[in-house]
Design a protein. Structure first.
Length: 155
């Protein structure tokens, strides 16, 4: 079993729905899930360090990109604290779902940026980032669930 922290960055709510769809499929597999709609770095670190040593610690980042490639407002403080942290994050495994619109040149930039930050901080990327194009996808929640199911054996 894994302890999974779902960290959500969303301005208009679409990414929140994607995160909740992932939460649903992960809970059905008996993983321990915490959904963070207003992510706080310190509390997420605390929860990540308090898990049973036999459990895998996983952060699932679900974020959209806002404006000119920026993080959603609710994720900015988390990212700032992450960047400035000297905490050992080598026990953190992560996956990223980046939500965007491919008609913009900053397509999924926030998701790609946080993915790179986590790698630079010593976290282990479980699988390559999943991008969801809201200008093309009819059911992004379903696509996110399928992606989680495809990677379930890595969790």
């Amino acid at each position: 079993m894994s302890s999974i922290q779902i960290i959500v960055g969303s301005m208009l709510g679409g990414t929140e729905y994607v995160a909740e769809a992932c939460e649903e499929i992960l809970e059905s597999q008996n993983h321990s899930i915490d959904l963070h709609l207003t992510p706080n770095f310190s509390s997420i670190i605390d929860r990540s360090l308090q898990v049973n040593p036999s459990d895998k610690v996983i952060w699932l980042i679900c974020t959209s990109t806002h404006g000119a490639g920026e993080y959603p407002d609710n994720l900015k403080a988390f990212v700032n604290d992450l960047v400035n942290s000297d905490q050992d994050l080598s026990t953190i495994n992560f996956l990223t779902i980046a939500v965007g619109d491919s008609s913009y040149d900053t397509f999924c930039k926030a998701g790609k940026d946080i993915n790179n930050i986590l790698i630079s901080k010593g976290c282990t990327e479980i699988t390559s980032i999943k991008t969801l194009d809201m200008s093309q996808e009819i059911d992004p929640e379903d696509l996110a669930q399928q992606w989680i199911e495809q990677n379930m054996d890595r969790l």
